[in-house]
Design a protein around this ligand. Structure first.
Ligand SMILES: [Ca+2]
Ligand SMILES: [Ca+2]
Ligand SMILES: [Ca+2]
Length: 247
């Protein structure tokens, strides 16, 4: 005697690692027919994203995903055979509102499922806020504007929660004025002694600005990277004011 036909979809939801604010996170939604008979009719997976997560893409063989607000709905015409699985890869963007954690719930329906007891999956996700490093430059103002190169030192503080041995690199130093071509008195090579791409915290900036401008701003940008690849980028400025009374 053959066993009675059973169609029973189940769902499991998972992700790898922690999610980080400002990056995308990926969930895997695995639908399995744990019955002994192929499904019949369309199958739907719905996932109302928690506050702070927003839909980017949902992909998977046979699946069509779309989002209306926070509600992601994926449909599949089926069938899913007995003991077969079908996976949706759901990519979300992560905003600060999701810190420190969210529980994301997905529900499978349709396909002539005969057992609602295993149609919901939830996944607790830890959301990390990337730590912010601070950079202070000394001196932060160059005066008088006598065209001399002034040694500038960066003091960089990386928060403890950034993990051990963060790697700090100088990304760029840029001026809001041209290096040369401002007229009489201008001297070229206003930025010296800076090795971009290394942990270089001392360099020379020229105390110079255009007499017609509103003052010069040198913008110095550093990036710290922790052992897990978490990055934080921050800039600080050195100014050459137009005149000392207006700083
Ligand atoms: Ca079921
Ligand atoms: Ca110059
Ligand atoms: Ca240097």
């Amino acid at each position: 005697m053959n066993p009675a036909p059973v169609i029973d979809l189940s769902i499991v939801k998972s992700h790898a690692g922690n999610f980080t604010v400002g990056t995308n996170g990926v969930y895997s939604l695995v639908v399995t027919n744990v019955g002994n008979t192929a499904t019949s009719g369309a199958i739907t997976v719905s996932d109302t994203l928690p506050t702070g997560l927003n839909f980017v893409t949902g992909t998977g063989t046979g699946w069509n995903c779309l989002a209306v607000g926070q509600v992601v709905t994926c449909t599949n015409a089926g069938p899913i055979a007995a003991n077969a699985t079908s996976t949706i890869t759901l990519t979300v963007s992560v905003a600060a509102a999701a810190v420190p954690s969210v529980i994301n719930v997905a529900v499978v329906a349709g396909g002539a499922d005969g057992n609602p007891g295993n149609n919901t999956a939830s996944d607790l996700t830890v959301i990390r806020q990337p730590p912010t490093l601070t950079v202070s430059l000394s001196p932060s103002e160059l005066w008088p504007p006598n065209h001399k190169l002034i040694p500038v030192t960066a003091t960089i503080t990386v928060p403890g929660d950034f993990g051990p041995n963060p790697r700090v690199v100088l990304l760029s130093i840029v001026s809001n004025e041209p290096d040369d071509g401002l007229g009489d008195g201008d001297t070229a090579n206003d930025i010296q002694g800076a090795v971009v791409g290394t942990d270089d915290r001392s360099f020379l900036l020229r105390a110079e600005r255009s007499g017609k401008g509103s003052g010069r701003v040198y913008t110095v940008t550093y990036r710290a990277t922790d052992a897990t690849g978490n990055m934080s980028t921050v800039s600080a400025v050195v100014v050459v004011p137009k005149d000392q009374g207006r700083r």
